[in-house]
Ligand binder design. Structure first.
Ligand SMILES: Cc1ncc(C[n+]2csc(CCOP(=O)(O)OP(=O)(O)O)c2C)c(N)n1
Ligand SMILES: [Mg+2]
Length: 904
């Protein structure tokens, strides 16, 4: 008879029939021993099912014991030469360390350290090794390539490998974090800075895991739609255990399971530490994550213990050791690894006499060698193999490691490990000895040399051979797609360029939808168009697309939609074209990024259009928008229902008066706030030309309005000016001596300027010209660029900013009015023609709900305020007496004592 299981002993206190309990447990033990764990699992499932059917309220537990998920006898053996791999890894560890330490021993004139991390790669090195040597395929003609999301601060290890592979030179290693003069290596993965190397920016914690889920989904989407064969490709995502606390990290794991993304593997490096200290000192991060992921429907593989533990666990018939493993909290686990074998014997095994007995014959060194699973290459291989072959679910590997592994007293398991970057000479010697790096004390004394074996050594041959087998080196990024498209001519989009017929009013949102519908009809680009929605299709009048092109759903449509009998019913299909993300802007943005970088990751140019409430854009998902810039995304973001006073009834949370200020902070984001349908058409068309035809690395942000009005149509010849950001919309001919002004505006408020023009002319004898400025951001960039040129070329003929060029022949003060905060319009103040006065009206302050006219009065941007601002400018210039301004204020009954809307 087997010994009494530990679990049984633990339950004894509230056990009313110990004999019966023992019989059940013995029966289970017998099944495991004779028929195997699979059978035991089946029986338990049956029992649980039966219990549930009988109405027993059995609480769900997603957790398993604190041991490896894969039993030792079921491990797939690694076919590689682990000894050679270990040596190669040792050199990479060394070079990664040297790279950081050398950079931080430089003595910069300005005193600032360059920084860098050693401990994270030290903990993840074996996990990278297994992947690079055996699993991760590069892009080849018959394989699109696996996609790697590398934990950002383990970048030095990736550089160390690329150096060994001959892809990065020693000179580049010496320029780690010194990028300004070119050739340096970026601190973290940044496609923008190393466009042929890094694919995914991951160092803003949480964004990597989130974006990767949508990336994996997008691969399935491309396959389902027959655009690319992605069947062999996988997305591997490395995250820190601390990083999993970011809500973004876990935020989309439900989608991954729901869509059965078996092309997705998360590897969580559970070194139990983050930057300041333990991730869960009082608990167990692995168990917590196991519950989260399994509860969400993922395949969970825990790899906690290395092979040296196997014999001990095999002898642990009474589950004494397992119980200690489960009862020890992460804070204590960390302390074990920051100490030594004697400490582990006393504080870990010492928790139970039987455990102490198990290790009685082992020396302290032997005990120290009982390593964590993530440092055992065979076990890591087996876990990866399982993950790579698992079907129907995404897999998460929870792999336990030691932060600063191999760095000795300097960092290993220390709370300070994360920031260890200036090792002492002794620490460095310690590492050299521990990893057998063939570098002498004399060589070390002259600096810390990098180490690379000769090309004809077995190690180097093995290194290259492994990558050749897997199609080439990684990471590697494609900067341009091989394919080419011709964008249909502008006239194709005639429907949005022509004036609206008499009595017909439309919004710029409708103009956008018409443009999109037209583009979808294009034979080549239509299928490449990816409309992305976050449960607002009806808000933007796009529900017609549901039926027309369908909503992507890998399951198709298993139900009969409630509106099936209607023309525009809610159609879901396996090859649907629309990505409908539900109420989920971060997910929509992640999908958009996957599509917008498809030219690089899939060698397929896709044209994503993501439309959302403009307030829930840059402000809500700003860091993703920044990552999109880094990734050189190409596509359209449409900020719907934009402007502070346009979305009248919605109030403070919905009325956007600043998204253009935020979009302007992203260098490769080009933004527009058009007023008219033809402007939308010209801008979208130009965007297609740049991003699709020329493959320029920019993306477009265009705000759309929900206000209907007659559209004037395109005046031929103004296209370029629309793109540059400013054109004369309504001229005025001033009689001799007549006061003149220029009214600038964008978005809906331009129409207030148009109304003000009429008032100025009819009631105040002022000739007013109206300028439509679809992009103050582009005007500002142009002006800054001209000013910079002039600064650096003082003796050249000065460049004239476009704003000044446009206004040059048009005398009179300038008044700018937009539905955005004043800094938006303020941006171009410096680029006025010399001596020209400039007044800016804008919508600073919290929004609120009311009618549009009331809001425009509240924010002081309606036609009356514009008239008053124009008259005041003229009075300041001495053209009119100040009493005229007072007269206007009175005439329009402006409340001069009301609170500044900024503070209201
Ligand atoms: C959004 C964000 N916040 C903070 C940081 C700074 N940061 C970089 S690494 C790190 C600790 C990471 O710990 P963990 O995820 O456990 O990774 P490990 O190094 O332990 O593998 C922090 C706080 C960041 N990069 N991104
Ligand atoms: Mg960690």
């Amino acid at each position: 008879m087997s010994a009494m299981p530990q679990s049984f002993q633990g339950a004894a206190a509230n056990d009313t029939d110990a004999q019966e309990t023992r019989e059940w447990l013995e029966a289970l033990d017998a099944v495991i021993a004779n028929e195997g764990p699979e059978r035991a699992h089946f029986l338990l499932e049956q029992l649980i099912d039966e219990a549930r059917q009988a109405g027993i309220d059995r609480p769900f537990s997603a957790n398993t014991a604190y041991v490896n998920t894969i039993p030792t006898d079921q491990e797939e053996r690694c076919p590689g030469n682990l000894e050679i791999e270990e040596r190669l890894r040792a050199y990479m560890r060394w070079n990664a360390m040297a790279l950081v330490v050398k950079a931080n021993r430089l003595d910069p004139a300005d005193g600032g350290d360059l920084g860098g991390h050693i401990s994270s790669f030290a903990s993840v090195a074996t996990m990278f090794g297994a992947g690079f040597n055996h699993f991760w395929h590069a892009a080849t003609p018959d394989h699109g390539g696996d996609l790697l999301y590398i934990q950002g601060h383990s970048a030095p290890g990736i550089y160390a490998r690329a150096f060994m592979e001959g892809r990065i030179s020693e000179a580049q290693l010496l320029n780690f974090r010194q990028e300004v003069d070119g050739k340096g290596l970026s601190s973290y993965p940044h496609p923008k800075l190393m466009p042929n190397f890094w694919q995914f920016p991951t160092v803003s914690m949480g964004l990597g895991p989130l974006m990767a889920i949508y990336q994996a989904r997008f691969l399935k989407y491309l396959h389902a739609r027959g655009i690319a064969d992605t069947s062999k490709r996988k997305v591997w995502v490395f995250c820190g255990d601390g990083e999993m606390d970011e809500p973004e990290s876990l935020g989309a794991i439900g989608l991954a399971a729901r869509e059965k993304l078996d092309n997705l593997v998360f590897v969580v490096n559970c070194n139990l530490q983050r930057l300041d200290g333990p991730v869960r000192g009082n608990g167990k991060i692995v168990q917590e994550l196991e519950g989260e992921f399994r509860g969400s429907g993922w395949n969970v593989i825990k790899l906690l213990w290395g092979g040296y533990w196997d014999p001990l666990l095999a002898r642990d018939k009474e589950h004494v050791l397992r119980k200690i493993m489960m009862d020890t909290v992460d804070g204590d686990y960390q302390a074990m690894k920051a100490n030594d074998g004697a400490f582990v014997r006393k504080h870990f095994f010492g928790q139970h006499p039987k455990a102490l007995e198990m290790v009685a014959k082992m020396s302290d060194e032997d005990i120290w060698r009982l390593q964590r699973g993530g440092h055992d290459p065979q076990k890591v291989y087996a876990a990866y193999h399982r993950a790579a072959h698992h079907l129907g679910q995404p897999t998460v590997l929870l792999i336990k490691t030691v932060k600063g592994f191999g760095m000795g007293k300097a960092a290993e398991g220390k709370n300070t490990a994360h920031q260890a970057k200036k090792l002492t000479d002794d620490d460095i010697k310690g590492m050299r000895d521990r990893f057998n790096i063939p570098i002498s004390d004399e060589q070390l004394a002259q600096g810390i040399p990098f180490y690379k074996p000769a090309d004809d050594t077995v190690e180097m041959k093995y290194l290259h051979e492994r990558r050749e087998k897997l199609g080439g080196y990684l990471p590697q990024r494609r900067a341009k797609a091989d394919e080419q498209f011709t964008v249909p001519s502008l006239s194709t989009f005639k429907a949005v360029l022509d004036p609206t017929v008499e009595g017909r009013e439309i919004s710029t949102t409708q103009a956008y939808v018409r443009f999109l519908t037209q583009l979808l009809r294009d034979k080549a680009l239509g299928p490449r168009t990816v409309p992305i929605l976050v449960d607002e299709a009806r808000t933007f009048g796009m529900e017609g697309l549901f039926r027309q092109i369908g909503i992507y759903n890998p399951e198709g449509q298993k139900y009969t939609p409630v509106d099936k009998d209607q023309v525009m019913y809610y159609r879901e299909a396996k090859d649907g074209q629309i990505l409908q993300e539900g109420i989920n802007e971060a997910g929509g943005m992640s999908s958009w990024i996957a599509a917008a970088t498809s030219y690089s990751t899939n060698n397929r140019i896709m044209v994503p259009f993501f439309v959302y409430y403009s307030m829930f854009g840059f402000q809500r998902i700003g860091d993703l928008a920044w990552a999109a810039g880094d990734m050189q995304a190409r596509g359209f973001l449409l900020g719907g229902t934009s402007g502070r006073t346009t979305l009248n009834g919605e109030g403070l949370q919905h009325e956007d008066g600043h998204s253009h200020v935020l979009s302007g902070t992203i260098p490769n984001c080009v933004s527009y706030d058009p007023t008219f349908a033809h402007e939308v058409g010209v801008i979208l068309h130009h965007g297609l030309k740049r991003m699709v035809e020329k493959q320029d690395n920019v993306y477009y942000y265009i705000t759309l309005l929900n206000e209907n009005y007659a559209m004037p149509g395109l005046t031929a010849g103004t296209e370029d000016q629309i793109i540059k950001g400013m054109y004369l919309l309504q001229d005025a001919v001033a009689a001799a001596g007549q006061p003149q002004v220029n009214l600038l505006g964008s978005g809906t408020i331009l129409r207030e300027s148009m109304a003000a023009k009429l008032l100025l002319e009819a009631e105040w004898g002022v000739a007013a010209k109206v300028w439509s400025c679809p992009s103050f951001n582009e005007l500002a960039r142009d002006g800054q660029d001209a000013e910079r040129y002039n600064l650096l070329h003082p003796t050249d003929k000065p460049r004239v900013p476009f704003v000044a060029q446009q206004l040059a022949g048009h005398a009179g003060p300038v008044v700018c009015s937009t539905d955005y905060i004043k800094v938006f319009g303020e941006q171009i103040r410096a680029y006025m023609p010399k001596g020209r006065s400039y007044k800016v009206l804008g919508t600073d302050g919290f929004g609120r709900s009311d009618f549009r006219s009331k809001l425009r009065e509240h924010f002081e941007i309606n036609r009356h305020y514009i008239v008053v601002a124009a008259l005041k400018s003229l009075a300041d210039e001495g053209v009119l007496p100040a009493t005229k301004v007072a007269e206007a204020i009175k005439k329009y009954a402006l409340n001069t004592e009301k609170i500044n809307p900024l503070y209201a």
